[in-house]
Write a protein that binds this ligand. Structure first.
Ligand code: AMP
Ligand code: MG
Length: 409
């Protein structure tokens, strides 16, 4: 028996509703800065020092007093040598100090003359061949970071550059949100694991389980711990067993397939039996069926089975959900507006996310087959073009482009 389809919802409302249901996880943990890539900060990182700590030279050369170099050609005795990491003595009047990149500028010096603009004399003095300007080649203390400033705020997701910045203020560990624990399973009697059956021995109707691979990878990239429960057959009892197991100790149960309302779709009644479920038809393409509910203490999210739909709904809905669980402040990808290097003459009622790629001319081109089963499109693409419901696009018009580099980070 087919139940009536739920009404269509627009994506922004569905996302807002989903995010309203995600409460940030209460637990945080301290991790080594080395291990913190991709994690979300649970504290403000405040600098206890200036970076750079002292004024230092950005060149190999000589530290001087400008007032003593009225003209080019002035010879000066060299009164000290300051390699990087060494303490500097105040600069004696009437002298220059030999200095190297990164070394502390001696008190009294107000410019560095690069060694290319000097001449070392036989008698050990140095001739200054060019009159320096004020502060030349000096990196000022605190130019990067001032003591007491917040260099990274709670809610920031850490990447390679942020790890470097944390280290630059002396942090060898940081407090981050704990990893969300996610149980993952795929539904579908047609699914076969790669390796279980050779391609030439696949039975009619069988397909390889591709969703399991990209969903697992996406979850790991989002900082999750993944409990992979494999493939669950299209039977009520098996679905119930899998859900019970998945609900234990996990923050989220993520499934793909079986969220339509055909009689082979067992997710809906099974989740309803064990907890609660809202089945949404989101007015988007690829995508459409999407479910959120709860089983015990765990959230439940059911993605569509079609690979591209599963992929895109993960990026647009599950990704921000997982970021919010970790307390991240920025949930939205940074988008760009680019000229369409294609025509899109046939409008669809639903909002579409076309698999697209930036070209060398600064525009964006489309993968020719936009079917939701064609996973090739997602590999070819480096972004999604967001086309509003009812919108047609003429070549040259600016379109909203969501880079995959943003969505997969
Ligand atoms: P469903 O949402 O279960 O009706 O599945 C929709 C389509 O996606 C069907 O063609 C399924 O065979 C396909 N599909 C479902 N799950 C997967 C999966 N894990 N890997 C590849 N294709 C899938
Ligand atoms: Mg199915």
């Amino acid at each position: 028996m087919n139940t009536p389809r739920p009404p269509l919802r627009n994506l922004d409302d569905a996302l807002a509703d989903l995010l309203a249901r995600a409460q940030p996880l209460a637990d945080t943990e301290s991790v080594s800065t080395f291990e913190a890539d991709g994690r979300v900060l649970a504290e403000d990182l405040v600098s206890a020092l200036q970076v750079p700590p002292q004024d230092n030279s950005s060149m190999d050369g000589y530290a001087v007093r400008r007032a003593e170099i009225a003209d080019e050609g002035v010879p000066l005795p060299v009164s000290q040598r300051i390699p990087a990491g060494a303490a500097a003595q105040p600069l004696q009047p009437g002298t220059a100090a030999r200095i190297f990149t990164g070394a502390t500028v001696p008190a009294g010096a107000d410019a560095i003359v690069m060694q290319e603009d000097t001449e070392a004399l036989e008698d050990g003095r140095v001739r200054i061949l060019r009159v320096p300007s004020e502060g030349q080649w000096i990196r000022r203390s605190g130019e990067d970071i001032t003591r007491g400033s917040t260099v990274l705020a709670r809610g920031e997701r850490l990447g390679p550059a942020a790890l470097g910045l944390a280290a630059s203020i002396g942090r060898d560990s940081v407090q981050v949100a704990r990893r969300p624990r996610v149980a993952l399973f795929s539904t579908g009697d047609e699914l076969v694991m790669p390796g279980a059956v050779a391609p030439e021995a696949m039975k009619p109707g069988a397909i390889y389980n591709s969703n399991r691979f990209f969903l697992r990878s996406l979850l790991l990239r989002m900082g999750c711990e993944v409990r992979d429960l494999g493939i669950v057959p299209d039977r009520r009892d098996a679905t119930l067993d899998a859900l019970r197991e998945a609900a234990r100790d996990n923050d989220l149960i993520l499934t793909s397939g079986g969220v339509s309302v055909g009689e082979e779709d067992h997710i809906k009644p099974a989740v309803q039996q064990l907890g609660s479920l809202d089945l949404w038809q989101i007015s988007m393409k690829p995508g459409k069926p999407f479910a959120h509910g709860r089983v015990g203490d765990a959230h439940f999210i059911g993605l569509p089975g079609n690979p591209v739909s599963s992929f895109v709904t993960f990026l647009l809905l599950v990704r921000p959900f997982l970021l919010k669980l970790q307390g991240a402040t920025r949930l939205e990808p940074r988008e760009v507006q680019l000229p369409a290097h294609f025509d899109w003459p046939r409008a669809d009622k639903r909002r579409e996310f076309l698999r697209a790629r930036r070209d060398a001319q600064g525009g964006v081109a489309l993968f020719p087959n936009q079917s939701s089963g064609v996973l090739t499109s997602t590999v070819w693409a480096d972004g999604l073009v967001d086309v509003a419901g009812g919108q047609v696009i003429a070549r040259g018009e600016r379109v909203r482009f969501l880079p995959l580099a943003e969505l997969l980070a």
